[in-house]
Design a protein around this ligand. Sequence first.
Ligand code: PMP
Length: 421
Amino acid sequence: MAEQSAELSPLLKQATPVLAARGEGVYIYDEDDRRYLDFTAGIGVTSTGHCHPRVVEAAQRQVATLIHGQYTTVMHRPLLALTERLGGVLPRGVDRLFFVNSGSEAVEAALRLARQATGRQNAIVFQGSFHGRTMAAASLTTSGVKIRAGIGPLMPGVVVSPFPYAYRLGMSEDAAVEYALRELDYQFATVTSPQDTAAVFIEPVLGEGGYVPVPPAFLRGLRERADRHGFLLVADEVQTGFGRTGRFWGHDHAGITPDIVITAKGLASGFPLSAIAAPSALMEKAWPGSQGGTYGGNAVSCAAALATLDVIEEEGLVDNARVMGERLLAGLRGVAAEHSGIGDVRGLGLMVGNEFTTADGRPDTDTAARAHRIAADKGLLLLTCGPHGNVVRMIPPLIVTADQVDSAVAVWSEAVKEATA
Ligand code: PMP
């Protein structure tokens, strides 16, 4: 295990034994200069790779020019330029923006906006979703009880409806969608009347809850119900945005337009920055002064985000995520076919999960943890997810090459072999 400080709170848990000294591209180096293939990307943040020269240069230049402007006190160019630039990649008409610092804050902000704009109170979320750790965001989160346990009472007005998780439900994808939409309609008939429902929050790929892509028909079913009942469809693109799924936005796979888009993580290559986007008619209904914060839209983060968007575009990272994602998925399916114990391998773009199950179909947390640890020992950094921690997920930087994907699959194959021996 990496060195620990006696003063560091024991409540922080470290997923890998690495003490990182530096990062470069898809690699992290420890203090002995041992190289690790980083298929965690800082939980899906360093999409342009560690310390991309363009991002480093933009941030260094901005640090020496203006670090903190404070956007409710003075405006600054990096924020204006970023707002305009994001307007060009957001769905048409969903392009009025403001900035905060983290995914959780952005989720809270979206909930405030949805409640103020609709005058309604309730929010619907799907079982297994992760929207953050702050109190309202935790109230919307059911990816695992560790986020909720011991901190209640949580915010009222949250309705949890089943997610179309075909593998766990033991259904075809079509049947799972039909079931989840039927249950959602039942919520409207029994728990939250449509006129009390402000918004539905959904991650286009269930992230912390197990890396399960949302079937496009489900997202379309939500869009149709949002239009019919007058509530807002909120896409939490914190983990899925900026090319991660092989399209610019996760919701692009379903061909729908959300009413609110929440972004963070991949937006600024590791600098804290998140954004909430919605149509102007919706933003106009929010109460001025009710949103924002001291550090929101930090000038260095905005400069890094502008460089990030340049890199995504110029290096074709959205396409690379799609192509490398398919390669990774095929390789991992090959590994699963050779070893019993991995019940499902699934993903969208470069968000891929390997679900470990016992012979009788129960979640196999122990084998997943073993494979994860052995992979780290062999130089491949991964994360686990899912309510039982039995899904090993791979989320490399979007700059990953075919050779790096193949090396990761080779190491993974060894790790699974040893973990299931
Ligand atoms: N929403 C989603 C979909 C996420 O994946 C995360 C973080 N894993 C969050 C919200 C919360 O973001 P943060 O940790 O920056 O608060």
